[in-house]
Design a protein around this ligand. Structure first.
Ligand code: FAD
Length: 452
């Protein structure tokens, strides 16, 4: 065991890295953050565009713990539910919760990252090093080799411990794969995604409902749009790479226009640069990465996407990464200076939950692109909201994941039980009023009360 670790390398100054830097600096550690990219606060973002992310309770709790909540929430737009866009442009709003004031928030990834950097850099003990790429880790000694991308020089980054927050394609994890008995898998979806922009209206107004996450569910594919503070929306088309309905087939302006006119007719007039966006913006892949162990003795720990990259359909990747930081911080408080114990308890607590949210995120793709537009699903949701209003022990899976900090693994388990209860109650009925509430009460007591 190292005697009294006092310095930390944070590898990757993205969302998890910048937040973890704050947690560690607040405990009195000297924190060096190494980030491969240039400082985004000084450099224009790619074409001024950036994706936005849904922030919910787990992420917000982490921000509260560091005292940065108010400053970050200035960047956030509440979204109270899903606004469904049918092919005939009919709109249908589904609130996320039985309590219609409960919401998730849209935040710009770049704005959030920049603010986290500035807040963490303002703390004593935190130093950012930009354009510094982590290249190798010697696990037996804990030595981390960096490369200065300006001078090309390779050097050692001295610190007692290292926290690898270097994202889904983590260099640290890549080196860990070469250590004995390291498990690793990556799985790509058949779908990729492309971003498009709905600009603000002429007077800076929002051209669609501001406080909703917009979805155009179309069965095997979908488009979503989240609001930005400047009145614009960032749309993301999730679409297969191949096939008649696939990115590879949408190869001419005529085909793209015909496709959008048919599938998203109400969105077309709102996206003036549709063709330019479509042909200029990259098509990006969607991957689930699972691995274990996440830590090496008391020297290195993987955090955020580096340990568990998930698909974005539950809006939880960043929230889970922030929750990693909350949990790591709590174990540092509890077990320091014994970082072997800190890291071990962190990975035991988080791995099972990372698996659960990875699975739920994959399942939610089907719900978002297909089920949300289907009358049977809408009926189930209506019944579910009725159960939630009557029985405090019945909480929907969406609510458990997005509006509580109950461990993801428990949310997954309770979601399966909810399904069984709904299946039993919905048999042979076709209106919400017909639900046998006495039976519902009995089933909920029998199957769900144990969780409280
Ligand atoms: P990142 O944010 O990727 O940060 C990693 C950092 O490490 C980067 O700054 C990178 O430059 C740096 N880096 C990489 N390699 C090196 C190296 N070798 N040396 C030094 N630095 C390095 N999550 C949500 O919670 N809600 C959402 O709505 C949501 N929507 C999403 C939509 C899409 C399309 C995608 C792709 C993801 C979405 N996510 C969402 C997931 C979320 O973006 C990630 O989970 C989150 O960014 C993870 O944070 P991180 O800090 O672990 O990784």
């Amino acid at each position: 065991m190292q005697k009294n670790p006092s310095s930390v390398n944070i590898l990757g100054g993205g969302l998890a890295g910048s937040l973890m830097a704050v947690f560690m600096a607040q405990k009195g550690y000297q924190v060096q953050v190494y980030e491969r990219r240039p400082d985004m606060r000084k450099n224009q973002l790619d074409g001024g565009r950036s994706i936005n992310l849904a922030l919910s309770v787990r992420g917000m709790y982490a921000l509260e713990q560091t005292g940065m909540y108010d400053e970050i929430m200035e960047l956030a737009i509440p979204m109270y539910g899903r606004m469904m866009h049918a092919r005939d442009a009919t709109l249908n709003f589904q609130s996320y919760s039985k309590d219609e004031k409960t919401c998730i928030y849209s935040v710009s990834r770049a704005e959030l990252n920049m603010r986290l950097m500035s807040l963490s850099e303002s703390l004593p003990g935190v130093t950012y090093h930009f354009e510094q790429k982590c290249e190798d880790v010697e696990f037996d000694t804990g030595k981390v080799w960096m490369r200065d991308l300006n001078s090309g020089e390779k050097y050692l980054a001295p610190a007692d411990i290292s926290m690898a927050c270097d994202g889904a394609f983590s260099a640290v994890r890549y080196d860990m794969q070469k250590t004995p008995r390291f498990n690793f898998s990556q799985h790509y979806l058949e779908h990729g995604y492309k971003e498009l922009t709905i600009p603000p209206g002429p007077d800076g107004s929002f051209q669609m409902e501001k406080n909703a996450l917009h979805i155009w569910p179309r069965g095997s594919f979908m488009m979503i749009a989240l609001p930005n503070l400047d009145g614009s929306f960032t749309c993301t088309l999730f679409f297969p790479y191949k096939g008649e309905y696939g990115f590879d087939n949408l190869d001419t302006e005529e085909k793209v226009m015909a496709f959008f006119q048919k599938e998203f007719p109400d969105a077309v007039p709102l996206i003036p640069d549709l063709l330019e966006d479509f042909f200029t913006n990259p098509t990006s892949s969607l991957v689930t990465i699972r691995c274990f162990p996440w830590v090496y003795e008391d020297k290195v720990a993987l955090m955020g996407d580096a340990s568990h990259a998930i698909v974005p359909f539950f809006g939880q990747g960043m929230n889970a990464a922030f929750e990693d930081c909350t949990v790591m911080s709590a174990f540092v408080d509890l077990c320091q200076p014994d970082f072997e114990e800190v890291f071990e308890r962190y990975q035991v607590e988080r791995k099972v939950n990372a698996e659960a949210i990875a699975d739920m995120a994959l399942e939610n793709f089907i719900e978002m692109r297909d089920s949300v537009g289907n009358p049977e699903f809408l009926f189930r949701k209506e019944v579910e909201h009725r159960l939630e209003r009557h029985f405090p022990d019945y909480v929907s899976r969406y609510e458990l994941v997005s509006f509580s900090r109950i461990p993801y693994a428990e949310a997954y388990q309770r979601g399966l039980i909810n399904q069984q209860i709904l299946d039993e109650l919905l048999e042979g009925i076709d209106s919400v009023e017909e639900v046998d509430m006495e039976k519902a009460g009995r089933l909920i007591e029998e199957k769900l009360s144990k969780f409280n």
